[in-house]
Design a protein around this ligand. Sequence first.
Ligand code: SF4
Length: 316
Amino acid sequence: MSSSSPPTVVLEAKQVRKTYKHNQRPIEILHGVSCQLYQHQTLGVIGESGCGKSTLAKILMQIEPASDGELFLHGKPYHEIPKAKFRPQIQMIFQDCYSSLNPRKKAIDIVAEPLLVNSGLSKQECRQRARAVMAQVGLLAEHHHRYPHMFSGGQRQRIGIARAIITKPAIIICDEPVSALDLSVQAQIINLLLELQQTYRLSYLFVSHDLAVVNHISDQILVLYFGSVVEYGAARELFDTPKHPYTKALLASIDTGGGGDKDKFYLLEGELPSPYNPPTGCAFHTRCPLAQDICKHSTPKLRQHQGRLVACHLIA
Ligand code: SF4
């Protein structure tokens, strides 16, 4: 985490929508999501599986196109940035590091590849730089010529991180980077990401379903429910005093270790609604313990409340 100020916006999404066609019917996955990532900071994007957070990450990375809305990198619209200039500036770390690594390539060549593709440097020069970043993420010389299946999950994620930093990007989009790892390995990878953030002045967009992990690494947190932002603000305040009933439910599901201060009233029950049959009104009303009649037919707007944004009829 960083306390640098005043912060500069490096990445911005404005009213991003994503719609798929299913049997000739439009199915909306993202309903106008806006967010800002500041320089040398981390924006945590949190929500259950299927809430649209990975879709948002892919749109920001230009792996998928948005159906509507605007995207900016360092204040410049995406469509004005040539692909060759865009790629080295934003890299991605994936949840499934095994399937994201080419099984037929040696670790050193996997790490060197983005530089080889984007820099015009020779293979030897790219390999030299790959050796340096592999050392920086804790991989040894003996690992250079091994194939992905010869590594543990944590080591494979280190390869993914080395591959992401080799082009010296300004931004890394981390899509559930530790959710497939054991708890102790999770902590090592999070600490490595924090160290690299200091070294390279990186900005992270950190997507996770785990609010405890997101809180540990984030400066800002964006809470997504059913493709909409329901709460968005500074990590510490949001974690200490969540306002939206869904954020409270996510917090209640965290194992605090002490076990005494969970608000059982907010324990999350049921499942996300289906995008093929979206609920009317507030999308959370089918699971919200505070739902009123108005919640069933009126969608709450995202409004400023005590220094953050919240979308709930009960928060004035
Ligand atoms: Fe719950 Fe109603 Fe607020 Fe939605 S608007 S979170 S249903 S109280």
